[in-house]
Every structure is written in C-alpha cells, then in structure tokens.
Write a protein that binds this ligand. Structure first.
Ligand code: BTN
Length: 319
C-alpha cells in the first residue's frame, strides 16, 4: 500500500493531493493514509501540508541532487564533477559550453527537466520533470576519430547491460544506439564531438532514459515507454546512474585500449530486430533488407533481396 501512495505522490509531483483523494483511490481510511505518510517521512520523503488542500511532495529519496549523486559514488573520474539543474534547456548544450571552457574529462551535467531536449537527427527529446534521467557527460579521449564513432555503440552496450542487471529484463539495442524493451524505445543516446580528423578535443555523450512515465503524449505513445511501465519497478534514478557510471568507467579503459572488438559480441547478443526486414533511411537513399548482425567495426550488415550483403555505416531503421 505504501508503494501505491508513493506512486501517487511521484506521479503528481509538485501538486497538492488530499488525504481524501488518496483514501478514495486506494479504498483505505484517512487515518491509514496519514500513518503511511508519517512512515514515508521517516524514509526521507518531505511534504508540505496545507489544510483543505492536502500534501505536496517536496523532496523524495529519488531526488537527483548533486550531493545525493556523489554520495557513495565509487568512480575515479566519471561524475567527480557534477553540475545539476532542476530545469535547463538542454544538458547537451550546457556540456558543450563547459567543455569549451576546459572542464575535466568525466564532468557530468544532469537535470530534472529539459525544456529543449535534443534528439538525434535534429529531433526533439521529451524530457518530463522528475520522470527520467537527462544527462550529458564530457569525455576527452586519447583515441582516434574512427574509434570515437564506435563510442555510441559501446555506450549502448554498457547501458543495456546496466539495465538488464538492475531490472532483469531483456533490454535490446536498436542499431545504432536506441535501447528498446518490449518493442518500444526506453532510452536514446546522442554523441557529439568536437575536433579534427586526427585529434578529438572533446566528446559529449547525452543520454535520456525514461524511468517513471506512465503516460506519454499522443505522438509518442506507440513508440516510447519507461522502465516503470514495462517492468513494474519504481526505479531509483540515483542507483541507476551510479551503476551506469561504474560500469561505463570500468569498461571504458578496455574500450580505450582495445577498441570496440571486445564489446561487439555483446552488442550482437542484444541487437534488436535480428532477422527482420527493414527499411534503412539515409540522407540521400533508402536501402531495404534483413538485419543480420553488426561487424566488429560497428557497421550494420543487411541481407538484400538478391542475397547480397550490404554494410551500412549510418542511417535510421524502420520496421
Ligand atoms: C535520440 O534521439 O535517441 C537521442 C536522445 C538523447 C537525449 C539526451 S537527454 C540528455 C541530453 N540532452 C539533450 O538535449 N539530449 C540528450
């Protein structure tokens, strides 16, 4: 019952909810509601209470403040510097500015809400307040340009692995870098870099993870989902971020030294849509074929209708 009450407050974050509404919705007495709220306070939930209006959630243990994120974070460089905003246009934009100003490798920009979240290919990214993880981090890699192109694929493997471990579900990767569960997108990755062919000045890895949404706007309903919607867990964002940072940092040293090779098998194991016929849209052309696998460079291998194999470097898959 307490989980259900938590859920009501999290879903109506920043609005007042009356004890009466909760008692009706859950079919329990007002006294029982009050007792649960007192217990939630002991767990670290903070409420504003106003007579006749009810309770408003001010702070819950899932708040992603800088202090909370840093507490017990055991990484050496990823997340050592954290810049937190309760609201910002785009963490990606802020990360670019900070990177130009010389902030260290591993600096993280994170927010509770984005008003102009950026997606791949000029799309927007829906980033509702308190319902997901919206963050960008800065890397100053020592490797060359071609390896930098594979970092998005590497990041997808690390993220899918982290999600699988935490929520024991089949999180898959839609090439090149969307995380899918039950046929819908739960997370997207946007990698941008600044530099020249032979020297990368910095890279920004932007990650959006839908954690708590239970509804989506009409245009996203059919294609997007959240961890909560698919798994029933109410994810703890801090726990998820810290696990991801730890995994990413550990695997990154291997990626730096050995490239994508040690990770491409894991990627293939998680590849979404294997054996399915797709259309692949590129800037100037469209290819049709069946998804076979990716190769150790991260290129997508399709089998075209005449049986020939096509190797694809970039594009957007449509089923
Ligand atoms: C995609 O199109 O799938 C990539 C989405 C990337 C969204 C994240 S949310 C945090 C960061 N800031 C942004 O403005 N975009 C990325």
């Amino acid at each position: 019952m307490r989980e259900k009450i938590k859920e009501i407050f999290i879903q109506s974050r920043h609005q007042f909810v009356s004890g009466e509404e909760i008692s009706k919705q859950l079919n329990i007495s007002r006294t029982a509601v009050w007792k649960h709220i007192e217990e939630l306070k002991k767990e670290g939930y903070q409420f504003e209470a106003i007579r006749k209006r009810g309770y408003r959630l001010l702070n819950d243990p899932d708040d992603i403040s800088k202090e909370r994120l840093k507490a017990n974070l055991s990484t050496q460089w990823l997340g050592k510097e954290i810049i937190y905003f309760s609201e910002v246009d785009s963490t990606q934009r802020v990360a670019h500015e900070l990177a130009k100003n010389g902030v260290p490798h591993g600096t993280v920009v994170i927010t509770d809400e984005q008003t102009e979240g950026k997606g791949r290919l000029g799309r927007t990214w829906f980033s509702e307040k308190g319902k997901g993880i919206w963050m960008s981090f800065i890397l100053r890699p020592s490797f060359a340009y071609h390896q930098a192109l594979q970092i998005t694929l590497f990041t997808s493997v690390v993220l899918a692995n982290t999600l699988k471990k935490l929520y024991q579900r089949n999180f898959l990767i839609k090439w090149p870098n969307d995380i899918y569960i039950n046929g819908k997108k739960v997370s997207g990755i946007l990698t941008e870099m600044h530099g020249e062919q032979d020297q990368i000045h910095y890279m920004i890895i932007g990650i959006g993870i839908n954690t708590h949404q239970i509804t989506f706007p009409e245009n996203l309903k059919e294609i997007a989902t959240s961890i909560q919607q698919e798994t029933g867990y109410i994810p703890k964002r801090i726990e998820l971020i810290q696990h991801f940072f730890t995994e990413f940092e550990q695997d990154y040293s291997r990626f730096e030294g050995e490239g994508f090779m040690p990770f491409y098998k894991q990627y293939n194991d998680a590849l979404y849509g294997k054996g399915r016929r797709i259309q692949l849209k590129q800037v100037n052309q469209q290819i049709e074929g069946t998804i076979m696998c990716i190769d150790s460079n991260g290129y997508l291998i399709l089998q075209e209708d005449d049986g020939k194999e096509a190797k694809v470097v970039s594009g957007d898959i449509f089923f």
